[in-house]
Design a protein around this ligand. Sequence first.
Ligand SMILES: CC(C)(COP(=O)(O)OP(=O)(O)OC[C@H]1O[C@@H](n2cnc3c(N)ncnc32)[C@H](O)[C@@H]1OP(=O)(O)O)[C@@H](O)C(=O)NCCC(=O)NCCS
Length: 203
Amino acid sequence: MVVTGAHVRPFDPADTDACYEICLRTAHNGADASGLHTDPRIVGEIWVGPYLVRWPDYAFVVEDDEGVGGYIVGTPDTHAHDRWIDEEWMVPLRAQYPRGCFADGTADADCVELIHVPPRVPPEIVATHPAHLHIDLLPRLQGHGMGRALMAALFGQLRGAGVAAVHLGCSPDNTNAIAFYRHLGFEDLRAGFLWGRSTESTR
Ligand SMILES: CC(C)(COP(=O)(O)OP(=O)(O)OC[C@H]1O[C@@H](n2cnc3c(N)ncnc32)[C@H](O)[C@@H]1OP(=O)(O)O)[C@@H](O)C(=O)NCCC(=O)NCCS
């Protein structure tokens, strides 16, 4: 696929809707989840929105001639992020999405549960790898070095803040992403679900 003008730049709040859309379009083990959800915003409210609001200096996007088609978001401090999620970000969402507002067993209902009980990484992993990240690119921008470039941008920011190591979560079914992470030097921290590495320059 021909990609023209693709480059990484810092996130701008005007990119928010594009980031939510990319999140949905990559949420099914890296593939499009839009057919699984009746609510097009709920996935982004969990996996990308809070980072854009709370940690905008750690968010970068990829833009090409078609617009914003990828992002990396993260936090230098997972414990601070988790506290803020619980005490602030999720509060209005819990009112907007009460338990039972979607039929049991649907992808939307699974997201509602995550809003009420946000996922937590074991403290011993946060102790050694205090930062975490999420990275997603639309298919047109995959395989063009943009994932590596996004990682380099975020890692530079984390190093500047004195953060030595980062973790991320990934479904073991997302074999493409796992191969990418391994190639960039991430190591398995927990049963193929949690991966981590130092923030020194990417391999
Ligand atoms: C996973 C993802 C972020 C990778 O980004 P990308 O832009 O496609 O990867 P890049 O082109 O930057 O690849 C960087 C390096 O990793 C290697 N790599 C990428 N995918 C690979 C794979 N499946 N197997 C082996 N190596 C791989 C590339 O060959 C490249 O190597 P080099 O720089 O040493 O030459 C991207 O494909 C994506 O967003 N996928 C869909 C969403 C997703 O799954 N997100 C992760 C959720 S946990």
